[in-house]
Write a protein of this length. Sequence first.
Length: 94
Amino acid sequence: MKYQIYAKNLELTEILKKYLDQKLVKLEKFLAKIMKLEIELSRDSRHQSGPVFRAEFNLSIPKKLVRIVANDFNINFAIDKAVGQLIRQVEKIK
């Protein structure tokens, strides 16, 4: 699956890219519907504690845009939350 990743105040490492690939495998069964997927990963520089990592997914499917935002203490947990919510939303549209 092809997608665009944007990183803000965060280094996008190969390990993080592989982690995203593993999580996005779950979306492949909906591949026929998916037109475009944009992912924005960021670290909030204003906060020192609390959920400072943010994962935003924008998924374009015919006639709809699904936007999911998840915040957490760890970028991997934020990605997990966002992918889970994204799958639930796409299944509802199905």
